[in-house]
Design a protein around this ligand. Structure first.
Ligand SMILES: NC(=O)C1=CN([C@@H]2O[C@H](COP(=O)(O)OP(=O)(O)OC[C@H]3O[C@@H](n4cnc5c(N)ncnc54)[C@H](O)[C@@H]3O)[C@@H](O)[C@H]2O)C=CC1
Ligand SMILES: O=C1O[C@H](COP(=O)(O)O)[C@@H](O)[C@H](O)[C@H]1O
Length: 247
């Protein structure tokens, strides 16, 4: 069944992948501080996610929120991640609860756990026959302040689930690139997420039933060091791409 979905950060790369695959599958309301540059499904709200009133207005009549908006730069400074990623996420979660939204899918990141990639584990853990796997039950171990902000977003999701019964899935997205995995970058190939797997994964976040979950958002790469078990079990995620199938 089509759901009414608010997609924040709709003008960015992850938004492009999601809309590229799912434009006709749901009723979309798109939100971004940057105006749209081309065709888009549904209504487009130009607003900042730290603008409480605008976010509350955008949330009216919405079943599911996919929250992507934020500063995506691993090197982003604290003032930016504090405002855009932490304050922005809190504004979105709070407004979702108050509007009676059912589910929020939060775009977390590999950088929330980037410091599991210790000197003694790398580069071996990026390679096919290494069996080191993170599965989402581990504590956050951020590799930068951006990763700290993503761990904070996951924690906000936990709070809004436990205190307000909101269904929340945090997707620790790997490395999204279109058409081809990153070239000459073993780590990026191990955590590649193709555009079509990205669209399918967020479709499952819209449709599946869950309480609070942390899942990894990567394709079914031979080299992986993130487990897909939870995404498969809880969301019925069935990735079709694999970085090993590209030269
Ligand atoms: N692209 C990737 O491989 C990965 C992305 N992510 C996360 O996914 C989300 C989307 O990332 P991308 O699409 O790659 O980034 P992007 O920079 O292409 O898109 C982000 C969008 O959010 C909007 N935005 C930023 N701050 C905003 C604010 N305060 N209010 C309203 N809109 C705002 C921007 O205008 C932009 O259109 C981010 O939260 C990022 O941290 C996580 C892991 C990997
Ligand atoms: O969270 C993110 O991760 C991806 C991959 O990280 P990288 O360190 O391999 O570049 C990054 O491309 C993206 O911008 C970021 O939001």
């Amino acid at each position: 069944m089509a759901q009414s979905v608010l997609l924040t950060g709709a003008a960015g790369r992850v938004g492009e992948a999601i809309l590229g695959g799912l434009a006709d599958d749901h009723e979309w309301r798109l939100l971004d501080r940057d105006p749209p540059t081309g065709d888009h499904p549904g209504e487009f709200v130009v607003a900042d996610i730290t603008d409480d009133e605008a976010v509350r207005e955008a949330m009216e009549g919405i079943d599911v929120v996919i929250h992507l908006a934020g500063d995506p730069r691993p090197e982003a400074p604290w003032d930016s991640v504090l405002t855009n990623n932490i304050d922005g996420a809190q504004t979105v979660f709070e407004a979702a609860v108050d509007a009676g939204v059912e589910k929020v899918a939060f775009a977390s990141s590999n950088h929330a756990v980037g410091n599991y990639e210790t000197d003694d584990r790398t580069p071996a853990m990026y390679r096919e026959h290494d069996d080191y796997l993170l599965d989402g039950t581990e504590l956050p171990r951020p590799s930068n302040l951006y990763g700290v902000s993503k761990a904070a977003g996951e924690s906000l999701g936990r709070y809004y689930h436990d205190e307000h019964d909101l269904s929340v899935v945090c997707v620790r997205i790997g490395n999204l690139t279109e058409g081809h995995p990153p070239i000459d970058y073993e780590r990026g190939q191990a955590m590649w997420l193709s555009y079509r797997d990205c669209a399918h994964l967020f479709d499952r976040c819209i449709r599946a039933d869950y309480g609070y979950e942390i899942v990894y958002g990567i394709s079914d790469n031979d080299r992986k060091y993130y487990s897909l078990e939870r995404a498969r079990d809880v969301l019925d995620y069935e990735p079709r791409d694999n970085s090993a199938n590209h030269d």
